[in-house]
Structures are given as structure tokens and as C-alpha cells.
Ligand binder design. Structure first.
Ligand SMILES: [Zn+2]
Length: 284
């Protein structure tokens, strides 16, 4: 009896731990998983020209619990990872391991864009490949931007050049509106970065839109999608893109997955009063 009881406790604890960092969803004939890299909390300091009244109303405590998320799509013949987190300061690899996904079994890595918190996990501390057989994809405009010799963001540029070199011919580019696999279509979402991309994933009439870094501050940017953040390279374009995609996802009631929404990052957006929006997390 005692043994059974202990086993039960161990089992529950194991599940609780996995559930905090890994969440699995059915998507038609595929499996879609959220994998946490790290918890974050960046308050109003990340907002660009914030509307003080809105910030006070929706985030009076200056708390913005959010996350760095990556997503896995498992189809019948491929494992696809979308974004790779921070690398050594994140926990993506441990959490993939808990989900029984080995880095060497990942076939494709898709990048929404090439900021360090999305490409850091591609290489280890010795600058060697983490995903040994994967083909890595970014938008052509994104790679072009980070490979040009810009006077800003030096550390990020160095990292982008490193991952491109390390993956050599396995680093490829796509153009917007291209289907990368049967299920995944890359769509333009520029502004946050010049090649920022959202991925529309469809399997047997079920759809999810991976929105990348369209949202960093859930409370504030759903209250006012025109508000951009300091990480947006072109803040005006980022705001226009956010408004356009918010309209589309609410009109089509499309499930979304966000890289910086609180884990699991998956849910639905609905239109609220006064041209604001409401995000509702989804458990299935
Ligand atoms: Zn990011």
C-alpha cells in the first residue's frame, strides 16, 4: 500500500513538473507542443512612448509575467522546431528532453526572426550545432538584415553570423507566402525586425498561427495594439502589422501561439470594447 502511495506521489509530481514547461495540443493529424525556454517579466520599461493612462489601468503593478516559448510541430514524418530560445541561459533543451525529443531528431528549425532569444539555442558554448541534422530556415529579408554590416546590435549580429556559418548549407531562406512544408506557410509580419515572419500551420482543417514577437506586453498591447516596444526595429511598421494581424485572427477566430505570451502561449484573441482585445489561454 505504502509503495503504491509513493508511486502515485512520484507520478503526480513528475506530471506537474512536465506540465509547467511542456504542453501538448492536437492539431488535425499533427501534434503541436509548447516548450518553455524561460520565464520573464519585463514591465513598462520595454514600452516605447507608453500611454500612461492605459499602462496605469491595465498594468498598475508594472508586472508583465511572460515567457520565452518555442513550439514543436510533429507531423507523421517530421519534427519541426519553431525558434530556439536563448541557448545556455534558457531551459529549452532540458524541456525538449523531458518531452522525449532529442535535438538530433529535429528535421527542421524555423525562425520567426533572428533576435538572440530566438536563435541562441542553435549553437552550444563551443559554437557547435545543437540540431545536427536540421535544416534551418529564416526569411530572406531577415538573414540579409543580420548579415549586413550594421553599426547597431553588434552582439546580435555576431550571433546571427555565427549560426549562419555553423549551419553552412543547412541554413536556408524562404520568401513570404511560401509553403515550407505541406502544413506550414510563412507570412509577412515585418516591423519587429525586417524579416519578422508568422507561420500559419494547417492540418486537416485545423489551424494555428505562430505569431512570433507580435506581442511582448500582453496586457498593454491587447489594450492598445498600436503600442510598440523598444525591441521593435521599425516601431510604426510593427504597430501596423500588429493591428492587421489582430484583425485577421479575431475575424477568423484563429488559434495563436506567441513566443512571449505567458506559457503555454497558446489561445484565442477576441475583440473587446474600445478597439481593445482580449487573449484567452487555451488548454486544448
Ligand atoms: Zn523575442
Amino acid at each position: 500500500m505504502k509503495k503504491v502511495f509513493l508511486l502515485l506521489i512520484a507520478c503526480c509530481f513528475a506530471h506537474a513538473e512536465v506540465g509547467d514547461n511542456i504542453k501538448s495540443y492536437e492539431l488535425g493529424e499533427a501534434e503541436f507542443m509548447a516548450i518553455k525556454d524561460k520565464d520573464t517579466n519585463m514591465g513598462k520599461s520595454i514600452l516605447l512612448e507608453p500611454d500612461a493612462k492605459i499602462v496605469k489601468d491595465v498594468m498598475p503593478d508594472d508586472q508583465n509575467p511572460s515567457s520565452i516559448n518555442a513550439f514543436i510541430l510533429k507531423t507523421k514524418d517530421k519534427i519541426i522546431l519553431i525558434d530556439t530560445g536563448l541557448g545556455s541561459s534558457g531551459e529549452l533543451l532540458q524541456n525538449l528532453n523531458s518531452a522525449n525529443i532529442k535535438p538530433e531528431n529535429i528535421d527542421i528549425v524555423l525562425l520567426t526572426h533572428m533576435h538572440a532569444d530566438h536563435i541562441g539555442g542553435l549553437v552550444d558554448s563551443k559554437n557547435e550545432k545543437i540540431f545536427s541534422k536540421a535544416v534551418v530556415y529564416a526569411a530572406d529579408k531577415e538573414l540579409e538584415y543580420w548579415l549586413s554590416d550594421l553599426p547597431v546590435n553588434k552582439a546580435n549580429i555576431d550571433l546571427a553570423k555565427t549560426v549562419k556559418n555553423v549551419y553552412e548549407d543547412s541554413f536556408k531562406t524562404f520568401v513570404w507566402n511560401e509553403n515550407i512544408t505541406l502544413e506550414i506557410k510563412a507570412l509577412e509580419a515585418a516591423g519587429h525586425t525586417p524579416g519578422h515572419t508568422v507561420f500559419e500551420i494547417t492540418s486537416k482543417n485545423e489551424k494555428i498561427l505562430v505569431i512570433g514577437d507580435l506581442i511582448h506586453s500582453l496586457k498593454v498591447q491587447t489594450a492598445d495594439p498600436k503600442m510598440s516596444v523598444t525591441f521593435d526595429i521599425n516601431p510604426k511598421q510593427a504597430a501596423d502589422t500588429r493591428v492587421k494581424i489582430f484583425n485577421q485572427i479575431t475575424k477568423e477566430n484563429m488559434k495563436i501561439a506567441g513566443m512571449h505570451l505567458p506559457f503555454s502561449g497558446i489561445g484565442y484573441m477576441s475583440k473587446d470594447v474600445n478597439s481593445s482585445y482580449k487573449f484567452t489561454a487555451s488548454d486544448k
